[in-house]
Design a protein around this ligand. Structure first.
Ligand code: SF4
Length: 310
């Protein structure tokens, strides 16, 4: 028999609570990051997804580059990226990403992409080219990729990308399985989970990372189950943030999850054995990704040292 489902702690869903308010992006660093992205013709998920952290991140010259263009072949109910028939893949994109990383002096870069169900490899080859260009031009930059699910072609796609050896392979589960038909209708929860599992099976040295948005109507025990599922796929790092409705056409916010509840989720996630946990209202997959990567690397070294001692 299923355990009873505890209703989550609620705040008023209509008005954004104080803990969600962010400063308008006005700094010099913000303007410089924007100029560089325009000059190199690069799209960013920071802008396309209307990320609330753009002021803070771009001021520090942290941007998440979105490769394979700015048009997605899917239309998820939570995502602001435009949907349609994408343009052909830009062969200059890998070099332009590497130039941007060099000019920004990035120690850690996050590369993501739109879904490209129109391409025979789902865009895996472009991820490989970007990783190679970065290794060539900025060898000290650590590389985190945040990939789509490569629907129907993930085995081949994973193999190719894992061989290029990114430091972190991130693929978001986004929400609890019950909400997939409405929130992420083009995807399958267990296919995404399998993708993460396969990455680890191919190369256990690569860190794996996954995240969910909360506030979409999920129940607390469902979130705990997602954590267990991720751990059973040996995911190292979980991120959890508040879902925000980008436009009135997108899925509505069912609840603003309180910072206290995020803290409780973080404690539970740590107890379940994740090497790294980021859970707060403004957490996004790439928010503070560089610092989190360093902490995760240290946590793995400590864990391995302890295993050797025991
Ligand atoms: S959190 Fe990520 S997506 Fe948002 S602005 Fe920062 S780097 Fe961009």
């Amino acid at each position: 028999m299923n355990a009873p489902v505890t209703p989550p702690e609620k705040a008023t869903p209509r008005r954004k609570p104080d803990w969600i308010r962010v400063k308008a992006p006005v700094s010099e660093g913000y303007a410089e990051t924007k100029k560089l992205m325009r000059e190199l013709g690069l799209a960013t998920v920071c802008e396309e997804a209307a990320c609330p952290n753009i002021g803070e991140c771009w001021t520090k010259k942290h941007a998440t580059v979105m490769i394979l263009g700015d048009t997605c072949t899917r239309a998820c109910a939570f995502c602001n990226v435009k949907t349609g028939m994408p343009r052909p893949v830009n062969p200059l994109e890998p070099d332009n990403v590497a130039i941007a990383a060099g000019k920004m002096g990035l120690e850690h870069i996050v590369i993501t992409s739109v879904d490209r169900d129109d391409l025979p490899d789902g865009g895996a080859d472009q991820f490989v080219k970007v990783i190679k260009a970065l290794r060539r031009e900025t060898p000290d930059t650590t590389i985190e990729i945040l990939t789509p699910d490569f629907r129907g072609k993930h085995e081949q796609a994973i193999e190719k990308i894992v061989e290029a050896r990114p430091d972190v392979f991130n693929h978001n589960l986004e929400t609890v399985p019950r909400l997939y038909p409405t929130i992420r209708p083009g995807a399958r929860y267990y296919a995404s989970l399998r993708l993460l599992e396969r990455v680890k099976a191919h190369d256990p040295s690569i860190f794996t990372k996954s995240g969910i948005m909360v506030g979409l109507g999920e129940q607390r025990l469902e979130v705990h189950q997602v954590m267990d599922d991720m751990r059973s796929a040996d995911v190292d790092f979980i991120t959890m943030g508040q879902y925000l409705q980008p436009t009135p056409k997108h899925a509505t916010v069912e609840e603003f999850v309180t910072p206290k509840t995020f803290d409780a989720y973080a404690s539970i996630a740590r107890a379940k054995g994740f090497l790294q946990v980021a859970a707060s209202p403004l957490t996004r997959s790439s928010y503070h990704a560089g610092d989190d990567f360093e902490q995760m690397r240290k946590a793995r070294e400590e864990k391995l040292a302890k295993e050797r001692r025991d």
